[in-house]
Design a binder for this molecule. Structure first.
Ligand code: NAD
Length: 238
């Protein structure tokens, strides 16, 4: 049974209206990365960090899954093998598009995490630093997001999937943030055939066997159609 491992990045949600990190006018351009996406930034100014993630959560909730998210959900339903999505995205557009096997390696805007005791619960629309944890009562609520300097989630499961994948596909990711940037190399070393679908070639394009350039809403449905027509995702032309 063929195993497909799909890595997604900000590019797959771009056409849903959620800015990528590299967009010149994207939300990241208005905030200093170190101030809002590091444990040190949170310790220094939790209000600013909550404001930043509240805005991203509101944007994510207002957005709708696009044709690329829907196509991956169709792939999971109809492919006669295994499909696993590993996403660097913190929106929930894969799930709302119908995908069931999704690992959020950088966490989720929809989660709240107690920085004191580690308890997790659904995120409110607005996170106030003063809100007590329902378990330990500490007022150290944070978004359940993996910040720079923190260890990504689900890594054991992801390494295992990389070792077992027959096909690895990266969609809409710039290949600049590790460990995800090394996944194509890891998968290829274990024998997977690797395909990149992206608006522009990533920093890691040489690690892939094939590259297709274009918008995710065209590339992904086209690729899924091919895979479902042939019954295999392996070794298709670039
Ligand atoms: P990214 O913004 O670095 O890259 C987005 C990629 O999507 C680019 O390769 C771009 O060409 C592509 N793209 C844009 N529009 C597209 C479309 N319509 N269709 C297909 N592709 C499209 O985002 P990333 O790779 O997801 O970033 C990885 C991780 O880096 C993030 O999860 C985040 O945690 C972290 N991060 C990165 C930066 C940064 O400056 N790169 C900043 C903060 C956080």
């Amino acid at each position: 049974m063929e195993k497909l491992l799909i890595l997604t990045g900000a590019g797959i949600s771009a056409e849903s209206g959620l800015g990528t990190f590299r967009d010149r006018d994207g939300i990241w351009s208005r905030y200093d990365l170190n101030a809002v996406a590091t444990p040190e930034g949170f310790a220094h100014n939790p209000l600013l960090v909550h404001e930043f993630y509240d805005a991203r959560r509101a944007a994510s909730r207002a957005a709708q899954p696009n044709a690329a998210h829907h196509a991956l959900a169709r792939l999971e339903r109809e492919f006669p093998g295994e499909v696993l999505i590993v996403t660097q995205n913190v929106d929930d557009l894969h799930e709302r598009g119908g995908s069931r096997r999704v690992l959020h390696m950088h966490g989720s805007l929809e989660g709240a995490l107690c920085a004191e005791c580690g308890h997790r619960w659904p995120a409110p629309a607005v996170m106030l630093a003063s809100v007590p944890c329902p378990v330990c009562s500490a007022s150290r609520i944070r978004p359940d997001i993996v910040w720079f300097g923190e260890y990504p989630y689900h890594m054991e499961e992801i390494w295992q999937a990389l070792r077992q994948a027959d096909v690895f596909v990266a969609i809409g990711t710039s290949g600049t943030v590790y460990p995800a940037a090394a996944f194509a190399q890891d998968a290829a070393r274990a024998g997977a055939w690797c395909l990149e679908l992206n608006a522009e070639a990533s920093a890691t394009a040489p690690d892939f066997d094939a590259l297709r350039l274009g918008p995710a809403t065209r590339l992904v449905p086209d690729w899924v159609n091919e895979v479902l027509t042939h019954g295999t995702a392996g070794k298709q032309p670039g």
